[in-house]
Design a binder for this molecule. Structure first.
Ligand SMILES: *[C@@H]1O[C@H](CO)[C@@H](O)[C@H](O)[C@H]1NC(C)=O
Ligand SMILES: *[C@@H]1O[C@H](CO)[C@@H](O)[C@H](O)[C@H]1NC(C)=O
Ligand SMILES: *[C@@H]1O[C@H](CO)[C@@H](O)[C@H](O)[C@H]1NC(C)=O
Ligand SMILES: *[C@@H]1O[C@H](CO)[C@@H](O)[C@H](O)[C@H]1NC(C)=O
Ligand SMILES: *[C@@H]1O[C@H](CO)[C@@H](O)[C@H](O)[C@H]1NC(C)=O
Ligand SMILES: *[C@@H]1O[C@H](CO)[C@@H](O)[C@H](O)[C@H]1NC(C)=O
Length: 280
């Protein structure tokens, strides 16, 4: 009932929040305790929650690891904090859905940082013996011996963060995506240095999402399209982008209809005006 009312209000307002998926929203909205959290979800969807006793798993990675090698899969992630690293190696399609609160999901003035209830985070950073890629909170790459990883990874309304420090401690990745196709809708990616990595052979797309960083925070060798994103400078250093294209290919970082802002959580003493280079 509550859902039906919500949808009719959205429809009658004529306005759309593009970060919300018409296909998955019914699944993502939190339900009354008497209804299954999986109401409105695609058949076979797994439910992850750190607190709900009806969940199939308490960790997202355990749900990912349980999936068969073939067949499209969907995982609904309940609201909460997930201190873990995700590693997606399966090649069959995978959709991760972040649960949303019906009261805030519909706020037209809202943004992903306010809206998202699911926070997946880790806190590794590059120090002796640790490579860049090993620090990523979310890794999407082929399993060993395979040429290509996930063919259609999608995430909706999820915060992925690297909380190694509240300053640029060294490289501390949020995403590491190589030889895979991945897209993100209404997500948040938060770190300071090297937040986003689209590596070799990867095609990535991010829509209506917020990316926080300071130094080289969009970097890679692959093909990345950022559409209607907010790039939030927590400070300045290196460049916002650090990309190595390959001549004769279309590899690169494409940024369209997006904005660069001073991050709301930048230290008040940090100067960002006219100091942040677009690329290095
Ligand atoms: C996941 O949990 C739901 C109950 O919330 C149950 O109906 C479903 O069978 C479980 N799925 C698996 C694969 O165990
Ligand atoms: C990955 O995406 C690219 C660009 O859209 C496409 O050409 C390619 O076929 C996709 N690869 C797979 C395995 O789906
Ligand atoms: C970063 O700041 C937040 C908010 O003040 C605090 O809770 C957190 O512990 C800090 N993180 C580190 C790694 O110091
Ligand atoms: C994307 O951003 C452009 C420019 O700000 C805006 O005109 C457009 O409506 C946005 N598109 C979506 C789907 O939000
Ligand atoms: C998200 O919205 C809140 C409330 O309007 C605002 O304070 C904050 O600056 C916004 N964040 C970004 C990254 O735009
Ligand atoms: C802000 O920066 C100053 C100067 O670098 C530092 O002393 C202070 O601890 C920082 N504050 C926070 C909240 O990180």
């Amino acid at each position: 009932m509550r859902l039906a009312v919500f949808f009719s209000v959205l429809a009658s307002s004529g306005l759309q929040i593009h970060a919300l998926s018409p296909e998955y929203l019914a699944c993502q909205l939190q339900k009354a305790a008497s209804s299954s959290p999986l109401t409105g979800c695609p058949e076979g969807t797994l439910f992850v929650s750190p607190t709900d006793t009806r969940a199939n798993f308490t960790k997202v990675q355990d749900a990912v690891a349980s999936l068969p090698e073939t067949g499209a899969a969907t995982i609904l992630i309940g609201n909460g904090e997930y201190f873990e690293m995700l590693n997606v190696a399966r090649s069959a399609p995978l959709t991760l859905l972040g649960q949303l609160d019906p009261a805030t999901a519909s706020d037209l003035a809202g943004n992903a940082s306010q809206r998202n209830l699911v926070h997946i985070w880790n806190n590794l950073y590059v120090q002796s013996g640790v490579t860049d890629e090993e620090t990523a909170t979310l890794t999407i790459a082929p399993s060993s011996g395979q040429n290509f990883g996930n063919t259609n990874f999608r995430a909706y309304n999820i915060d992925f963060e690297n909380r190694a420090a509240n300053y640029s401690i060294s490289q501390a990745l949020v995403t590491s995506i190589t030889y895979a196709n991945a897209s993100f809708y209404g997500c948040v990616f938060a770190s300071w240095q090297d937040t986003w990595y689209t590596g070799s052979g990867a095609y990535t797309y991010a829509f209506d999402s917020i990316i926080y960083g300071q130094t080289d925070y969009l970097f890679g060798y692959g093909t990345a399209w950022f559409q209607n994103v907010t790039l939030a400078n927590r400070a300045c250093g290196g460049g916002i982008t650090a990309w190595q294209g390959t001549s004769g290919t279309k590899n690169g970082a494409y940024i369209a209809d997006s904005k660069i802002i001073r991050s709301p959580d930048a230290n008040s003493t940090t100067v960002t005006d006219k100091k942040c280079y677009l690329g290095k």
